[in-house]
Design a protein around this ligand. Structure first.
Ligand code: BGC
Length: 384
């Protein structure tokens, strides 16, 4: 059972930095253009690349500030994968705004995209969009996040329970010589089914350790909207409430990990307290190289984008046999009480010694991480 917070953590009046400030503070790499109202990319016929013998596929991404992945990896990789399959790609980002998510979908449906790929902010808006598209005869693919109670026939993602297991396992290893080590869990949005799956995976490993007393859970706290800044203030309150004691932190992604590390730093604890992460972002990898973050999870998003693009080709042709051949996994939708045909890819743990695998795979350029105080680590680990 998750510990309920007595703290006023879910106040609606949360303060947000301006978008530009958030982007820079959280990622250090996001371009400011990703923050404008027009962070879209439309290369549909008549657009910049004019291509797309197979027509246009619409993609709606959920946010920018919750993780650098969406703009840094998903957007360019989906564009590339869709073009390679002969589509023009109209990739837009709803910036965490459900209204905008629906409006973008309406526009894409009206212009007659062949397929709609959606990574939604929450299941409600995702399901509403899928059902509108279905009425217009446009197939939808749930991308990365499954819409509970939705109607998309296919889902492309990673084995998200496994992601959580990797996080839990890494923390357990890091704390193996700290009997009774005190753990704080800073989790993702309760409205994102992935956050639930990450939590399930973590608990597979950690719950037996809490039960046996090998580790001690201080608190597990979901963070609304994956709000990184709120993750930091929440962690700070929990730390203070626990007399400043913490031995390990489960942070559900690199953005939350970065916010936790900022608080640890203020308390002289960074580098001493292992923190998990996810997404292998530039900032996450740098923190891993510095020793401030114990691990991140690398999800090869190019493969996710390519799987979605291949499915899109089959669905655009109405070729369900091919689509079914691609999506041989299943995901359970407990709300809709159905199984959704899925492509579920494998995540990988990245410890300090593994950062090179991410740069070698071409996800992040060595030049983007190897500067300033991480240069020595890069040299030591042969990252160039
Ligand atoms: C994704 C993660 C991401 C998080 C916040 C999840 O649904 O799977 O990769 O870090 O959302 O954007």
């Amino acid at each position: 059972m998750r510990t309920k917070s007595p703290l006023p953590l879910r106040d609606s009046g949360r303060r947000r930095l301006g978008c530009a400030a958030v982007a820079v503070a959280l990622t250090g790499v996001l371009t400011l253009t990703a923050c404008g109202s027009n962070s879209s990319s439309d290369d549909s016929p008549g657009g910049t690349d004019g291509g797309g013998a197979n027509g246009t596929v619409g993609v709606i991404l959920p946010e920018t500030a919750t993780s650098a992945r969406w703009e840094t990896f998903d957007k360019p990789m989906l564009q590339e994968a869709l073009r390679a399959e002969g589509f023009a790609a109209d990739v837009q980002n709803a910036q965490g705004d459900v209204q905008k998510f629906s409006t973008l979908a309406d526009g894409m449906i009206a212009k007659g995209v062949k397929v709609l790929i959606i990574a939604s902010i929450n299941s409600e808006v995702g399901s509403a969009v899928a059902s509108k598209a279905k009425k217009a005869g446009i197939p939808t693919i749930d991308y990365d996040r499954l819409n509970l109670g939705g109607s998309s026939d296919y889902y492309v993602s990673f084995d998200n329970v496994k992601v959580g297991e990797l996080q839990g396992q890494a923390l357990a290893t890091a704390l193996k010589d700290k009997p009774g080590g005190e753990v704080v869990e800073i989790e993702g949005a309760p409205t994102d089914n992935n956050a639930t799956l990450f939590y399930q995976g973590q608990q597979k490993v950690l719950k037996p350790l809490y039960d046996s007393g090998a580790l001690k859970l201080v608190r597990s706290q979901p963070i609304d909207g994956w709000d990184n800044q709120k993750g930091g203030t929440t962690f700070e309150q929990i730390l203070t409430g626990n007399g400043g004691r913490v031995d390990g932190v489960v942070a559900a992604n690199d953005g939350l990990a970065g916010a936790v590390i900022t608080v640890l730093k203020k308390n002289g604890l960074n580098g001493k307290v292992p923190v998990t992460g996810q997404d292998a972002t530039v900032d996450g990898l740098k923190a891993v190289l510095r020793g401030d973050q114990y691990m991140t999870v690398f999800k090869p998003i190019r493969d996710e984008a390519q799987a979605a693009a291949k499915l899109a080709v089959a669905l655009a042709k109405g070729d369900t046999a091919t689509a079914d051949g691609l999506a041989q996994g299943v995901s359970q939708d407990p709300k809709g009480n159905r199984n959704v045909k899925s492509v579920l890819l494998q995540p990988q743990t990245v410890l300090r010694a593994d950062v090179k695998t991410v740069t070698d795979a071409g996800y992040v350029k060595a030049a983007d991480i190897c500067s300033g105080d991480v240069q020595t680590a890069c040299t030591e680990l042969g990252i160039r």
